[in-house]
Ligand binder design. Structure first.
Ligand SMILES: *Cc1c(COP(=O)(O)O)cnc(C)c1O
Length: 359
């Protein structure tokens, strides 16, 4: 078997142990004679998976009693709409920090639903960066404050989160469970699973239960958090298999020592890559050093043709998915929780060797 180094931004690398276990259990799940892909979402096999997935996330995040874990569909993009549909009432204002491409999309969607106040805007900043907590010009009485904890495309990440009076809502799609933080600081967090938590098809929502009560009865039942909260994400058929893989990934993360342990590994991995970038003017990091993402490391080479050659040669040597997002170009190495440290070291060696030949 030959596995490549998968630097893809999403869908992204999964832990090999998880894939192997899923393979082993695919056709006959725990002796029930069926695959988890084929069983009822109300049966005992899937029920155990569902309960464990909720319990694992609760444990990893250290969630208090008044928070709920939901598994929904429609991705993080669906949450761009569902958040304002549920939390932005008639005549209210929602505060949004615009930190880049993903925050912009969230803002665009919220504006369809109601009134939005952009409380900081770094979306056009170069080098790329996110706002600092103290930069936010918050609206008194806002319905909520929305941030994007890690801008997957630009490679800029919030290092400290603002303390807000209104509930803080965060799109954590690309850095969920990659580092510890105080969940109580947030009213609602969502993350499409396919970056750091599992496969596509499920979006994780962690929310303070009382926020679900805000929703107006003009919102269709399926799009209310309240509906899914009351039914423990089993109002209708959930994406069972995606939740099963997420359960295995969170089990893997718990075994590894949880978010504190993975954060240390993530910082080391990213640190080695940024050190290689800073060691030479040949490579140029695109994010401001104080905002550099531990998940998506973005950088440029002296010219676009050189970047093309870099990507082509890297790919031939088994480094896949390094092409930057089509909107910004350059190189992006996504090194999520499951990405092995030896893959980072191998890329650093390749970068040094590439510079020698082309610098
Ligand atoms: C990938 C991504 C999204 C979009 O996720 P989908 O699940 O594809 O809708 C939103 N926000 C961030 C920060 C992302 O990285």
């Amino acid at each position: 078997m030959s596995r490549v180094y998968n630097f893809s931004a999403g869908p992204a690398i999964l832990p090999l142990d998880v894939l192997k276990q899923a393979q082993e259990e695919l056709v006959d799940y725990k002796g029930c004679g069926m695959s988890l892909l084929e069983v009822s979402h109300r049966g005992k096999e899937y029920d155990a998976v569902h309960q464990e997935a909720v319990a694992n996330v609760t444990k990893l995040m250290g969630l208090p009693e008044d928070y709920s874990v939901l598994f929904l569909q429609g991705g993080a993009s669906g949450q761009f709409a569902m958040v304002p549909m549920n939390l932005l009432g008639e005549g209210q204002v929602a505060d949004y920090a615009n930190s880049g491409a993903w925050a912009s999309k969230a803002i665009k969607e919220a504006k369809i639903v109601g009134k939005v106040n952009v409380v900081a805007d770094t979306s056009k900043a170069l080098p790329t960066r996110v706002p600092q907590p103290e930069d936010l010009k918050l609206t008194p009485g806002a319905a909520y404050v929305h941030i994007t904890s890690n801008e997957t495309i630009s490679g800029a990440q919030w290092k400290t989160f603002p303390t807000t009076e209104a509930p803080l809502v965060a799109d954590m799609s690309s850095d969920m469970l990659s580092r510890p933080f105080d969940a109580k600081q947030f009213g609602l967090i969502y993350a499409g699973a396919q970056k750091n938590l599992g496969p596509a098809g499920v979006v994780l929502v962690v929310m303070k239960k009382d926020l679900a009560e805000r929703v107006s009865d003009k919102v269709p039942v399926y799009y209310r958090y309240k509906t899914h909260l009351e039914e423990n994400s089993l109002y209708n058929t959930p994406p069972c298999y995606s939740i099963y893989i997420l359960m295995l990934v969170t089990r893997w993360l718990l075994k590894l020592g949880g978010v504190e342990a993975i954060a240390k590994i993530n910082r080391e991995k990213a640190g080695r890559l940024y050190a290689a970038i800073d060691a030479t003017p040949f490579y140029r990091g695109t994010a401001e050093p104080s905002c550099r993402s531990d998940m998506n490391v973005t950088f440029r080479l002296p010219s676009e043709p050189l970047e093309e050659t870099f990507i082509k040669e890297a790919s031939a040597q088994g480094f896949k998915g390094l092409k930057g997002h089509r909107a910004v170009g350059g190189i992006r190495a996504s090194i999520y929780n499951a990405f092995p440290a030896e893959g980072v070291d191998a890329l650093v060696s390749f970068m040094k060797e590439f510079e020698k030949r082309n610098g």
